[in-house]
Write a protein that binds this ligand. Sequence first.
Ligand SMILES: [Zn+2]
Ligand SMILES: [Zn+2]
Length: 295
Amino acid sequence: MKNNNSTPPECTDYHVHCHYDGCSAKDMTLAAVYESAVTAGLREICVVKHYSHELPNGGDVWVNWKRTKPDDFEAYLEEFANTPQPAGLRVLSGVETELTTDKGDVNIPDAQAARVDLLLISNHWLPDAPGLSRAWQPLLGEGKLPHAMPLEQLGPWLEALAASGPEPYARAVFEGNANAVRRHPKARVLAHLGDGGLHALRAFRIPADDISDDRLLELAAPLFEACVTHNALWELTPEFPRRTNIVREANRCGVSFTATVDAHFLNNPRWGYTLAQHDVAEEALRKLGLRRGKL
Ligand SMILES: [Zn+2]
Ligand SMILES: [Zn+2]
């Protein structure tokens, strides 16, 4: 995935959705996405499709996620192969998939992962790890994440958390991301990692912010090292990270960052930003003084 041109890193966005995902605008054909990227001054993008081979509830739909239909993935690959890339814009194919275990398993079969250029690894839910409570799993029928549920429905889960504290979960997120980067040569962007992946813990009401800054940096050290060794980028979206010390320490350790608006719309966004507003994400990196990287 190395390229020899000298694209400035601020001209890249590796997380652009398209019309194959129900959460994205129907007018996001690949041709329209490429045109919008050129207008935004981008020189290199990755156009992604969500890929969730399995969902935590074993069903086809859970909370915001849908199990990927093989036909949709084929159609995405076919449109990618058949859409000419405009002069001056390099386009990578990719999927946004999930980290599923602390061993670095990801939510796409190897044979399918081999067909795209890039895997974006997201912490959309908690990874499995030995010894971690699964008391959140009976809650899956609610179709909500625990942060959106009333406390009285969460009794056994909250009791398990009170017994373990947040550290084992934070460790699973950091080690899982590190192992994903070590194991999968195409896993070169860790998606929306502005807080090191702690948002996944907060979504499950795990008190991540009870972990001291010093301890958090100790737990995250293997992830810093794996990202530097394998040139995996931490992605920042415009939402300012809640615990900036973790991104600053990653930066100090040599991790490089990439900015994205995680565009789901070309015009009139129902949430977030359009691809044309990419610079909003660059501004967040600039404010933090982080090192930019590219693939
Ligand atoms: Zn995501
Ligand atoms: Zn996304």
